[in-house]
Design a protein around this ligand. Sequence first.
Ligand SMILES: [Zn+2]
Length: 505
Amino acid sequence: MTAEFPGAGALQNSGRISCIRQAEWLVAWDGVRNDFHYLRGADLVFRGDSILHVGGHFDGKVDHEIDGRQMLVLPGLINTHYHSNVTMIRKGITQDACNYLLPSFYQNVNILQPAETAKAAGTAFGIGQLLCGGTTTLMDWVAPYDGWLDTLAATGARVYAAPFFTSAEWSVSDHRLLRYRWLPDNGHALFDHAQAVMDAAEAHPSGRLAAMVAPSELEATTPDLLRQSHALARQTGRPFHVHAAESAREYAEFLARHGTSPIQWAAQIGLLGENSAIGHGLYLDHHSDLHAPAHRDLGLLAETGTTVTHCPTVFAAQGEGMEALSDYLAAGVNVTLGNDTYPHGMLQEMKLAVLVSRLKSRRDLGRATHPSTQGYSLGAGEIFRAATCGAADYLGRPDLGRLAPGCKADFFTVDLTDPGMMPLHDPLRSLIYCAGDRAVRDVYVGGTQVVAGGELLTLDLRGLGAGLTAPQAAMCAAVASRPDAAGRSADELWPLSLPVAKQTP
Ligand SMILES: [Zn+2]
């Protein structure tokens, strides 16, 4: 069954040998140093979904040749924290709403409910934009709905399906007090369904879907269900992911319930380790907002090899930020990136991750790279690793996030004639700090081209976006009838950024 969207078409991978000839710049993987390096004038050759050759002139037979002389070629970005349908049609509504300490967030989740019929289009529209910005692999963490897996496959992306399950529902009182309604049997039923969906993802004929075991929130899932789901991840080799340490309110909740931080409680019940990720991990016990007397969380994450998935934009938008990312990296924590909801661009998340880290840093005052200069320990190279090989390591996929023979042919090209890339001294710095998505030209997933000249080939992105306007309006019209809205309309809760003037005749 193919998802029905405007422009949806079958993806074809011919198995031909293709060569990007003489790429001006190419970010290659050096398996000896276990790190990236730049190559100049390099060939990238791929057959089917795999890379055959990266480096000097390729003499073998080639079916299709692409001139790389004005291109930067680099491995596709990996988005390790994304919710495709939850908030897409909330775009433009809540960005200027104060969510500090999160009660408003919980409230908004209850108030702004997209129609079931709009979910697939929202998923496709969001993922399509991520593809256009150079993301080739992403996880999608949503409550599964009919047609979800086919929708993921139709986008052309490589996707880890992460079906949502949790043991509690929440509500927010007029006094902004968060309440949990525990439904443990429901949590186990959701987990059973999630297992069936994960199995179906791995068996999907597209071959591009995988599964991630992802209970939604540490605070809203029973220890029993958390342990069971983590055991399933270990048994199946699937990555594990849970939201934790994402608000100061949640930190206080764990102190009240267990006398310890969310991270230390997660360690006590055995959730940390390689292939485990903490979604957000902002409020570790060294966060300056918490005034905690002892600082153990960062070391615990590093010792156990646990990953933190960092989404700087959504938190900066509500006036919050992780303590310096450079300190996480210096402590040895594997930090990967995601965009959580929107805007849909990994390159801008990479830029913001660097800038917020420098704003928050008290110790990253520079390291000597030359007697007369200093460089920050977190720069374009480090954040690029977080968005590629670091993410692939979390997923247990050494064949992703790297350009080397035997790796998947997941990569994108950047137009070096884009003004944002010029004058060109260091292409990663120009791309991340200046040009961003607009310089992304072509994107390939498993050797199949999904974006050409900045345009998505798999779906009609503009058609999908236009189709979301009516469902968004319907969702807003229904706000006043939602219990948590207490009779207020969408206009009252989230007025437009400027009033609409009456037209004079
Ligand atoms: Zn999230």
